[in-house]
Design a protein around this ligand. Structure first.
Ligand code: SD4
Length: 333
């Protein structure tokens, strides 16, 4: 069952009498109880979101902070060599270098980000250090690496034999046409609300396979690949990042929720905007948004069929959901 429906089902609480003597005040209390009952919630992109949610859930279920949960959650695909678009095992750029992008946001509006970071398996934890230990928001390239090494992160080779073989194969044609399809998606965006009602989010990727050296996508850009406003909700994005950056997509989704849209409708409006601005391009690429409101309601929308996200809550037990999409192409991207 979709959590939005679940939230509605949980609204009546024991002892609540609609229209009772305490009238509106009583109704307000029942809604708060409903929201509290569905917390905590964690959502993440694609099927590798399931094991990532498991790690996050361990923290959330024991009353932990959403920020700790999202960091622990996305570290799972970062360290998994079989996930070929995040962290260790991520596909390299066209020069054979694995360059990673990541960002994190907490419930206080704090944010940290790294872009084009090499040799560090867990860029999300470096992003958190940027947030908590520097006066800056974003570090890139050599500066980000130097900061990571100075902070005690080990220098590692992230190019697996499998990724190197894929790169050598790609070199034979050197044809680059990113679609955000099953071959080059896998970015993980994770958003969560903890038992105390606080929101946080994390997003981490090796970006588009065989990109130009120095290319940065939406994932480490605050407001594009991720945005969290603890008064309103959180959103994250996956797919061809250039298109998300153009509309500052995750920030747009959160602002639309602030204006009263449901998470699903806010995600749909962001997708519609991309399709309206560049209709021909939009038909050929995958892009999706995933959102969570302060009340624990969630929603998603994608350009193409095929986007899935994982949801864990006390009632939803870490299930995969298929997103709605604008286009229903027979071969999902
Ligand atoms: C990027 N948005 O670097 C990322 C890639 C991605 O699914 O999400 N792929 O543009």
């Amino acid at each position: 069952m979709a959590l939005s429906a679940l939230a509605g089902a949980l609204l009546p609480v024991r002892g609540f009498r609609p229209g009772g003597a305490d009238g509106q005040g009583c109704a307000r209390r029942s809604m708060l109880a409903g929201a509290a009952a569905i917390r905590p919630v964690v959502l993440s992109t694609w099927s590798h979101g399931v094991p990532a949610n498991d790690a996050a859930w361990t923290i959330l279920a024991s009353g932990g902070r959403a920020l700790d949960a999202v960091e622990a959650g996305v570290r799972v695909p970062e360290g998994d060599p079989n996930v070929t678009s995040v962290g260790y095992g991520g596909r390299p750029d066209r020069d054979g270098r694995v360059t990673l992008d990541a960002c994190i946001m907490d419930e206080h509006g704090g944010c940290g980000s790294v872009a084009s970071l090499e040799h560090i398996m867990h860029p999300i934890s470096v992003a958190r250090c940027v947030m908590e230990k520097t006066p800056h928001v974003m570090l890139v390239g050599d500066g980000a690496l130097q900061f990571a090494l100075d902070s005690g992160f080990p220098k590692e080779n992230l190019l697996t034999a499998d990724s190197e073989a894929a790169w050598r194969e790609w070199l034979k044609t050197s044809h680059y046409e990113p679609t955000g399809s099953v071959r080059d998606h896998d970015t993980i965006g994770m958003i969560a609300i903890d038992a105390a009602g606080n929101l946080s989010g994390a997003c981490t990727t090796s970006g588009m396979a065989f990109k130009m050296h120095g290319r940065v996508g939406d994932s480490p850009i605050i407001g594009a690949g991720l945005y969290v406003d603890n008064d309103v909700g959180a959103a994250t994005s996956t797919g061809v990042g250039e298109e998300t950056i153009r509309i500052v997509g995750s920030h747009l989704v959160v602002e639309l929720m602030r204006q009263g849209r449901s998470p699903r409708d806010a995600c749909r409006e962001a997708i519609d905007r991309i399709a309206r601005k560049r209709p021909e391009k939009a038909k050929t690429i995958q892009l999706a948004f995933l959102a969570l409101s302060k009340s624990g309601e969630h929603g998603a929308f994608a350009l193409q069929r095929g986007f899935q996200y994982a949801l864990a809550s006390r009632d939803a037990h870490n299930e995969l959901f298929a997103s709605e999409s604008l286009y229903e192409a027979p071969n999902p991207l």
